[in-house]
Design a protein around this ligand. Structure first.
Ligand code: ADP
Ligand code: MG
Length: 588
């Protein structure tokens, strides 16, 4: 057994034995810890994984609570019937919010959630139907098989069963095709899009899921407290939820539990002791929490639990065996007559810098074309235009004769374009094999719910087996379970090639794949690219090493100052006077 499993087992054991040793008050307190942990679990996904900070989660708790309370008090619905209503209501509100959210990022998103949290708080306190500031009271407790949840124990058991179930389900989710996409959103969204991830849909899905979890907490809260008023759904509470996630470790599911536990248990303690200590009344606990935030960002910015894990030397990656799986279906081959990729008149200006002017080229299936030119010539920009990372100002872009002009990056990936990046874009704290599996995103189907319930194991095995197969092809299968960020830069570039190949592309764009490789490694790479060419792949590559390029490419296109200045066979290009002057001058 690994230490991680032992720790998880001990935690579960502690949850299970707590009712035997603790009294009513402590169990109630732990029920609140569980409730906060559920909201914080949503924030681990949303903030820690997807990089979207929300200060407004308390408002979603409020929506769940008020919808449940109103449905029970006005329509006499039983709590078990109001639960789906509460989840649906928060889900719908989150869905509307997501339409706005996906257009915002960074500070704007945070500010929007603050505005939402503030607005909802005043709405809860100002409407007749929500009972104004005094709220709604007289709610019944939860009932199960005629047994009322009036004491602490059943509430505790129910909430903590949900917490543990969620940790299991969300762990499954993160360990899946959708989960890998979610884990790419925070730092590498543009890369994920080039792998075929629909960024807006993924962000929205995470947001809705985290809000539905908050809505669930609101539903339970209504029947646990048996009254609902606005104060627990304030902006301050929203900030506190985020604080819990960040304190415990926003990148770890158990971090949510640790954070929720510390804040919920320490708060009443500090509230009681600090005024005694200072000899005057006041909310000193806020001062303490503020100080803790500052210390945290100084000494354990990832949160307490990740800090503890690294102190204990536990790797964040759990290596595991890959189940045998059938090979994934491959896409139809592009017809050999006519170019696989053809670009005519591509143009892109960044303000005053014209990065591409009237750039055109074509690559056939089974051909390697090299795109060369001095730094700043516009080669990487051209790659970004083809793959939809940046929108072109003008130009026709065609894949096997069909236009891809204006298509999103993920649609272009879906149609068979794979790429690597000049500045390596791997998810550093994810294993190499998972990084490669991200490239196969479009070769899986299963959605969030299936992944959470672990019904996607066959598909997962297929995707991971494919990733391993590609790693074996590039000779890095021995590093499959290493952290991608720990590899040498040259190896990381090769991992990027494996990731692109995992998507089963017809056109492969490689931006300086041989940079940082030693001579012999370059030879191996060249041999591998020849193999891919023989399999019918259309390869366009940017490379500065002229020996490498001239020995490998069928044709060479030379760019300078955003324009194509020459194109032809390696021999033709090498003898071109303009090229010699512009680029190869020193070599000639
Ligand atoms: P290469 O890959 O050939 O070295 P690039 O395509 O990276 O060249 O850059 C071409 C030119 O476009 C450079 O002058 C660069 O500074 C500019 N450029 C590239 N991307 C951007 C951007 N996002 N914003 C502004 N200028 C850019
Ligand atoms: Mg470049």
């Amino acid at each position: 057994m690994k230490p991680r499993q032992v720790a998880t087992g001990l935690a579960v054991l502690a949850v299970a034995t707590a009712p035997m040793v603790l009294g009513e008050y402590q169990l109630s307190l732990l029920t609140y810890v569980g409730l906060s942990a559920i909201v914080a679990l949503g924030l681990v996904l949303l903030t820690g994984k997807a990089g979207l900070s929300s200060f407004g989660q308390a408002a979603f708790v409020g929506i769940g609570a008020y919808v449940s309370a109103i449905a029970t008090l006005r329509a006499g619905l039983s709590p078990w019937l109001t639960m789906p209503m509460a989840l649906l209501a928060t889900g719908c509100c989150a869905w509307v919010g997501a339409l706005v959210m996906v257009r915002l990022s960074g500070h704007y998103l945070s500010l929007a959630t603050i505005a939402f949290g503030t607005a909802m708080f005043f709405l809860f306190g100002g409407l007749d139907i929500t009972g104004g500031q005094s709220g709604l009271s007289g709610l019944p407790p939860l009932m199960l098989f005629g047994f009322a949840f009036t004491r602490a124990m059943p509430n505790y058991a129910f909430v903590w069963l949900v917490v543990l179930g969620l940790i299991w389900a969300l762990g499954n989710l993160l360990d899946s095709r959708i989960g890998r996409a979610i884990r790419a959103l925070r730092d590498e969204a543009a890369m994920a899009e080039a792998m075929g991830v629909d960024i807006a849909a993924a962000k929205s899905a995470v947001f809705i899921l985290s809000c539905v979890l908050a809505g669930f907490v609101g539903w339970f809260y209504a029947y646990f407290q048996r009254f609902v008023n606005p104060s627990p759904f304030s902006l301050a509470q929203g900030i506190e939820y985020l604080f819990m996630a960040v304190l415990g470790g926003a990148n770890l599911l158990w971090g949510a539990v640790v954070g929720a536990g510390l804040v919920t248990l320490l708060k009443p303690l500090l509230q009681a002791r600090l005024p005694e200590l200072f000899g005057m009344s006041g909310n000193f606990e806020s001062v303490v929490f503020g100080g803790v935030v500052i210390l945290l960002f100084q000494f354990a910015s990832a949160g307490l639990l990740p800090r503890l894990q690294s102190a204990l030397g536990w790797s964040a990656i759990a290596a595991h065996a890959i189940d045998p799986a059938e090979p994934l279906a491959k896409r139809a081959v592009f017809l050999a007559d006519g170019p696989a990729l053809e670009v005519v008149g591509a143009r892109k200006a960044f303000g005053g810098v014209i990065a591409n002017v009237d750039v055109g080229l074509a690559v056939r299936s089974g051909e390697i074309v090299a795109l060369i030119g001095p730094n700043g010539a516009g080669k990487s920009t051209f790659f970004d235009l083809v793959t939809g990372v940046t929108a072109a100002d003008a130009g026709d872009f065609m894949l096997s004769g069909a236009s891809i002009r204006g298509c999103s990056g993920c649609e272009i990936a879906r149609r068979g374009v794979g790429r690597s990046f000049q500045h390596v874009r791997l998810i550093g704290d994810m294993s190499v094999i998972e990084n490669v599996a991200l490239g196969a995103h479009l070769r899986g189907r299963s959605g969030m719910l299936v992944a959470m319930l672990r019904l996607n194991r066959r598909e997962e095995a297929g995707l991971l087996a494919e990733a391993l197969r590609q790693l074996r092809r590039v000779g890095l299968d021995g590093l499959a379970w290493s952290e991608a960020g720990s590899l040498a830069l040259g190896q990381q570039r090769i991992v990027e090639i494996a990731r692109a190949l995992a998507g089963d592309p017809r056109v492969l764009l490689l931006d300086e794949p041989a940079a940082g490789l030693r001579h012999q490694e370059k030879q191996i790479l060249a041999g591998f690219l020849r193999e891919l060419r023989a399999e019918g792949l259309a390869i366009l590559l940017v490379e500065h090493d002229m020996d490498f390029v001239m020995g490998l490419a069928d044709r060479v296109v030379v760019m300078e100052f955003g324009r194509v200045i020459a194109a032809g066979t390696p021999a033709q290009v090498q003898n071109d006077a303009q090229v010699q002057e512009a680029y190869l001058g020193s070599v000639a």
